[in-house]
Unconditional design. Structure first.
Length: 193
């Protein structure tokens, strides 16, 4: 990074009061599987749009963004700037709430697929709660176990639901999550999607 900064004629900078160079960071480094089965690294830098569009190209934040971009070019990593403020607050809340608390692999069982199938067939006309209650009665299993399957199905998008909307399992599901994932995938991966 020091060499990249020197070549770009951008001051790299040190930790205050020291001669130790700053450690450059990327907000999120993600791994994506391409359609052909190969893997792609994508660096996602979360920066407010107003900062990115700032006309002063010599602002320190814009210099740091440029250093990250050049670093990614050097390492052959796709670099994407994300403006988190453009996402609904409901999306972040829902993703946090639905995040699996255990390894996903341990939850992928035949009963999980039964929940996915039932929600896919009936969840857009009936509430997920009523569907899960019927499955619990039919299979003599716990509602809390089925709820974990339901949350995982939404997390993995095995059941399509628009998580940008307020989440209410007492109301029917609304499609849109798969479309949103495809839009983000195309925006972030470009032609590599």
């Amino acid at each position: 990074m020091i060499d990249i900064a020197s070549e770009a004629r951008i001051r790299h900078g040190n930790f205050p009061g020291t001669s130790l160079p700053y450690i450059g960071t990327i907000d999120v480094l993600t791994t994506w599987k391409r359609h052909d089965g190969s893997w792609l690294l994508v660096a996602l830098d979360n920066k407010p749009e107003e900062i990115v569009l700032e006309p002063n190209i010599l602002s320190r934040i814009k210099e740091r963004i440029e250093l990250a971009r050049r670093y990614c070019v050097e390492c052959q990593i796709r670099h994407v700037i994300v403006h988190a403020e453009q996402f609904s607050q409901e999306l972040a809340t829902n993703i946090d709430a639905l995040a699996p608390t255990t390894t996903m692999q341990s939850l992928i069982t035949p009963l999980y697929w039964q929940v996915v199938e039932s929600l896919g067939e009936h969840g857009y006309a009936h509430s997920p709660l009523s569907i899960l209650n019927r499955i619990a009665l039919r299979c003599s299993c716990s509602f809390s176990e089925l709820q974990k399957y339901f949350h995982l199905a939404l997390w993995r998008l095995d059941v399509d639901h628009d998580l940008t909307l307020p989440f209410d399992p007492a109301e029917p599901l609304q499609r849109g999550g798969i479309v949103l994932r495809q839009q983000l995938r195309s925006a972030w991966l470009g032609a590599d999607a």
